[in-house]
Design a protein around this ligand. Structure first.
Ligand code: ZN
Ligand code: MN
Length: 132
């Protein structure tokens, strides 16, 4: 794991290693706040700004992606493979949609684009939030 990040030219401070460790294999799509809370158990002096700046650096180096469906609470995803998401509109739980499916974008008339990726957000109500 560490080797992979070293190759990206990212300097590995103990804080960055701790955050990467926490995110590795994490499927919860944690927010900066969630990550900060988890970090302060191990690094009581680590500030929120450090966590936030570290996440920003990791994002710039392509190590994590940012999910912006809630602009006030960005969520972070360490899963590097392209995938879609389904989001519970009540509790904001986010799950990966692993099934790949073919998407044919509509023709864009004014300019020719080479499509390099896509990301779909499905909205719903999870089983925990669904009234029974
Ligand atoms: Zn829910
Ligand atoms: Mn994901």
């Amino acid at each position: 794991m560490i080797g992979k990040y070293r190759d990206s030219g990212l300097k590995l401070t103990p804080q960055r290693i701790a955050i990467l460790d926490y995110l590795e294999g994490n499927i919860e799509h944690p927010s900066a706040d969630d990550i900060y809370k988890a970090m302060s158990k191990r690094f009581p002096t680590m500030s929120f700004a450090t966590v936030y700046n570290t996440l920003e650096t990791l994002r710039r180096h392509g190590q994590i992606t940012e999910l912006n469906f809630d602009p006030f609470k960005k969520r972070f995803d360490p899963n590097p493979s392209p995938h879609h998401h389904v989001i519970c509109v009540r509790c904001q739980k986010i799950l990966d949609v692993k099934n790949a499916f073919l998407l044919k974008p509509p023709r864009i008339e004014s300019e020719e684009f080479e499509i390099i990726g896509n990301h779909i957000e499905f909205y719903g109500i999870c089983s925990k939030c669904k009234p029974r």
